[in-house]
Each structure stands twice: as C-alpha cells, then as structure tokens.
Design a protein around this ligand. Structure first.
Ligand code: ATP
Ligand code: MG
Length: 423
C-alpha cells in the first residue's frame, strides 16, 4: 500500500463537483464572449523575474508565496501566482496591444499560503484584461461585466462592489510618506506585520485585519486628499457612469490591493457568505505595466475572479448541481449486447447532447437495473431476446413511475425526444 496524498493545499476536484465547475466555466465564458472578450491561453510557468518586476518585490506574493525553482538549465522559473503578468507579457510579445484588446483566460494559479476554506495553494482564476483604453468607460465595462457574470450564475445578490482610486504612482508615493509619518508616531500600537510593513509596503497596513491597527487608521491621513487631478477626475467620472448604469458600489478609501502594478481605480467584489475569505474578485487599472514590459506605453485594466470562492457561493444556493444521465442501456446477454451496440452508437450520433450510459461488465437484469437506478437516468433501454428479434426496444421509466413501453427501433429517437423534453 502506498500512502500518497495530494500535496497540502493542492485540491482534487471530484466528479461530484465537476458539473458545477463546468457550469461556472461555461457561463462565464458565454458572458465574456457576449461582451466581446476573447480567450487567450497562457503558460503556467513564467520567468521568475517577470513576477518580481510586475507584482513588486516587497509584496506578499513575491516575498513568500511563489513556487520558484531552477530548471535543469539553471533558469529561474515560477509557477504563476496570478495571470496578469503573463498576459501582459504575451500581449507585448505578440504585439496584441496595438489596438484596443479585450482578453480573458482561465486556469490554475499557485501561491504558498496557509490552506483554509476558500484559500488553497493551487487555486483557479478567470482573469480579464483589457489594453489600450485609458478612460473610465473601460473600468465601468469591467464592472458591468462582473455584475453580468454574477447575475448569470444567480449569485448577484450575494456580492457587493467596493471601489477606490489609488491615484498616480507619484500621488501614492506622497500619500505613503504622509501615512508613514503618521503611523511612525504610533508605531508601538501597530500589530507586528504592520510594523514590518511600515518600511516595506506601508499601504498594505490599510487592509490590516487587526482591530487596534484599524482603530489607529481611523485618524490617519486619507488617501483621497492626496489624489492627483487626473485620477480625481477619472474617479468622479467612473462614479457617474456607474450611477448611470445603475450599478451600486461603496467607496472604500482603505482598499489598496496587494499587487504593486495598480493605479487609479481599484475594486473588489466581496461577500459576507464565505467567512474570512470574502473577496471573490479583485482588480483595477495598471496603466504603467505594458510600458514597463517594453511595450509602447498603453493603458490597461483588468480583474481576476477566484473560482473556488465563486463555486462555494454557487454551491450555497444549490445551483449548478450534478448532471444526471438520460438513458441507461440494459442488455440480456452477449448477443443482445452486440445488437444494442450499433443501435446505441446510431442514437448517440443523432442525439449527441443526450447522456447515454451503456451497461458494462455483464450481470443479471436485476444487478443491471440496480446500476441503472443509481445512474440517475430517466429511462432504461432494455434489449432482451424478443426486442432483438423484433427490432424494437423496451423503454422503462426509472424515475417518473409510469408504464414501460415497447418502441420500434425506427421510432426510438422521436419517442425519446418527446419523453425527455417533458421530463
Ligand atoms: P486575498 O486577500 O484573499 O489573499 P488577494 O488580494 O491575494 O486575495 P488577488 O491576487 O487579487 O487576491 O486574486 C484575485 C482573487 O483570486 C481573490 O479575490 C480570490 O478570490 C482569489 N484568490 C487569491 N488567492 C487565493 C488562494 N490562495 N486560494 C483561493 N483563491 C484565491
Ligand atoms: Mg493573497
């Protein structure tokens, strides 16, 4: 016996849960398509330097959460902790930023974190990135797109939008000084993490969960007092557009996000339904990033959805549940199986959307019907000696009660189409 188990924080998604995942993935892809966003598929591994440079050297992710390693060639590589850096890298490399470009991607991300509900070491995101538009109408579109996705999944009522502007890098640098000056005066009252961040990443102190630190922050200088004019105007326009679109939001001046590349608008969609891991989606503008990666200066904005957290929300409402099969094929013996095989393949060709399970492994009618019941199928198709010689099949309802009916082979598609659509 081996006792291998999945690596801590790496989670198997089991067959009972994959229907919900497929439902979420399909729904999100459809909404994204309807807003004119195209899918891009990116490698899971990138150069370590790419993340250090874009996310920021002193962020939590780069300091302590990345899975980095050297390959056999000695190159420093990292399992991507997020998707924006790789997406911008690809957009610059393939010259996709010359026109307004609206992209999305989906896949696993890796961060060495303490696993808990809604927090894993391998988790999944759908990311959305748009390049080439510097005006707040893009920010609004991204937020409307978010709302459309929540609504499509039926979780719209569970999510609220928090919004902030963190201004230009220069304005933020000045604010940082003001904040540090204030907090230095109260250093001993800060929690340990925040004391450390005072010299490394002081803005992160704003979203400290420590109540005493939060109390201190109530008197701290406000970010919006430091905003540059352009950021202030854009933020006001953004708010006006959101009101015009009927999208409710709450301005939260302490919302800063954990990644360095953002400027101007930042936002989070949060829920109270998931306990501590309440942020389902986060994003904002990153106008400097494309230029920083060697592309022509091009504005950009985007967001990423945490799919595990979204799946927990969808599950809490009982949506996207298990798909049951439609038909289960029961055969009397080997010769009935031979007869059934070709007929069932024809049925599958006609009706590719139906889930048809062929009984495998033989056994008595009784044991086959047991499995048919367990499969959740609506009907059993039974091939016995009589059916085979008469070119017909017995259709036996498994869930709705009702009588079994003998149907001629050439009537089967028509008959089942009616019965399955009523079901
Ligand atoms: P948090 O504050 O919860 O750590 P974050 O600010 O690090 O989140 P982002 O980097 O903005 O998160 O990622 C966007 C979304 O991805 C998050 O809002 C969350 O839903 C999801 N996410 C981030 N880290 C994890 C993780 N370790 N496990 C599961 N989902 C995650
Ligand atoms: Mg995090």
């Amino acid at each position: 016996m081996t006792d291998y188990r999945a690596v801590r924080g790496m989670v198997d998604i089991l067959p009972q849960d994959t229907p919900r995942w497929q439902y979420i993935e399909k729904t999100l892809a459809a909404v994204l398509g309807s807003y004119g966003y195209s899918e891009i598929r990116l490698p899971i591994i990138e150069s370590t330097g790419l993340f250090a440079r874009s996310i920021g050297e002193v962020t939590d992710i780069v300091e302590k959460e990345m899975y980095s390693f050297e390959d056999r060639n000695g190159d420093g590589l990292t399992l991507r902790p997020e998707g924006t850096a790789g997406c911008v890298r690809a957009a610059v490399q393939h010259n996709l930023i010359s026109t307004p470009q609206k992209l999305w991607y989906m896949g696993p991300m890796f961060r060495y974190e303490r696993p808990q509900k809604g927090r894993q070491r391998q988790f999944h995101q759908v990311g959305v990135e748009a390049f080439g538009v510097g005006t707040p109408d893009l920010d609004v579109e991204l937020l409307l797109l978010g709302r459309a996705m929540w609504r499509a999944l039926g979780v719209g009522d569970l999510l609220t939008l928090e919004l902030n502007s963190i201004g230009s890098p220069e304005a933020r640098a000045q604010y940082k000084e003001g904040l540090v000056a204030y907090l230095e005066g109260h250093k001993t009252a800060l929690d340990e993490d925040s004391q450390r961040r005072l010299t490394t990443n002081p803005l992160r102190i704003l979203d400290s969960k420590n109540p005493e630190t939060q109390a201190l922050l109530a008197e701290a200088p406000e970010l919006h007092a430091y905003l540059d004019d352009a950021s202030r105007e854009d933020f006001q326009q953004l708010c006006e557009l959101l009101e015009a679109a009927g999208l409710e939001y709450r301005v939260n001046q302490r919302l800063v996000r954990g990644l360095d590349y953002y400027n101007k608008s930042v936002f989070e969609w949060t829920t109270t339904a998931l306990g501590a891991q309440g942020t389902v989606c986060g994003g904002g503008r990153y106008d400097g990033m494309v230029g920083q990666f060697g592309g022509r200066d091009t504005p950009g904005a985007g967001f990423a959805i945490g799919l595990e957290r979204l799946a927990l929300l969808v599950e809490s409402l009982g949506n996207g549940g298990e798909q049951s099969s439609d038909l289960y094929v029961v055969v009397a013996d080997e010769s009935a199986q031979k007869h059934a095989l070709s007929r069932i393949e024809t049925l599958r060709e006609h009706k590719p959307a139906w889930t048809i399970q062929m009984h495998l492994g033989g056994g008595s009618f009784k044991s086959q019907f047991k499995r048919a019941d367990k499969s959740g199928a609506a009907f059993a198709l039974v091939y016995g000696e009589t059916e085979v010689s008469n070119n017909e099949v017995t259709v036996k309802p498994l869930r709705s009660g009702g009588e079994q009916v003998i149907v001629a082979d050439n009537q089967l598609v028509t008959y089942l189409s009616q019965r399955l659509s009523q079901d």
